[in-house]
Write a protein that binds this ligand. Sequence first.
Ligand SMILES: [Zn+2]
Length: 326
Amino acid sequence: MFSMQKLTRKMGLAMLAISASLALAPIGPALASAPMAHKAAPGFYRIMLGDFEVTALSDGTVKLPVDKLLKGIKPAAIDRILAAHFESSPLETSVNAYLVNTGTRLVLIDTGAGNLLGPTLGKVLENLEASGYRPDQVDEVLITHMHSDHEGGLVTKGHMTFPNATVWVNKKDADHWLDPDRMANAAKDRKGAFKNAIASFKPYIAAGHFKTFTGDQPLVPGIRALPEPGHTPGHTGYLVTSKGHTLLVWGDIIHVQAVQFDHPSVTIGFDSVPAQARSTRMNVLAKSASGGYLIAGAHIAFPGLGHVRKAAQGYTWIPVNYSVPR
Ligand SMILES: [Zn+2]
């Protein structure tokens, strides 16, 4: 028998049952409309420097126990400084390389870690391709110093990643890191750095694509080497100039920007000769500030491009304004 009253009562009970089941249903992923993507944009950022095109290439990031690595400052002070920058140790640290197209030469400065330092690094090649270039188009590779996070990308599965490129490095680094006797005499935990250097440069040396330089000298029209010794014996910056605009690709002058701009005397455990690394950092920071250079830093937060200004204590880092090249 149809009864309006019964129907209304039934509907009411059904509604109660639905709301009860909703109340019991798990809240969260089961009701989410889309899974999280967990992906970043391709890691390249492009600017013009006079007539030159400069592309910052991310190799990825690595977490460093900077509270243990930094020297000449108390761990508690490091923790305090990092907290003031909304960071903590281990600190996620960028590894950057830079591609310069001068119009006649395609020049890559540093190559990232390749497969030497784990899966969070080694992305220079894919980002170079994402940025619109092929590795066989690279004419010159300039290495700031022979540490794994700068040279590892030279090699892919034992072969030259950049088959048409000449690779340049300061002779002092080549003499140090490619010396088998020095490797044999090195402390056990230091041997890996020598082994990685030898493996990374081997195919270029075999192909006759390896060259060294000895000091402050031009290497490519518009790019000159600027020795910055201390972090390694032949650590070198590259000064890129076009139409009166100057970019200094300074390598590892700063490892921890939150700490070392304010406290340039602080060194890091990776330094070959810490006192020399310290005085080089002081000189390069002073020159960068007075010259108004655009800076590219291998371990400054990607894209690692900005300027340095003298401050009451130390220096201030001023990242570039976001811009889209036209
Ligand atoms: Zn480095």
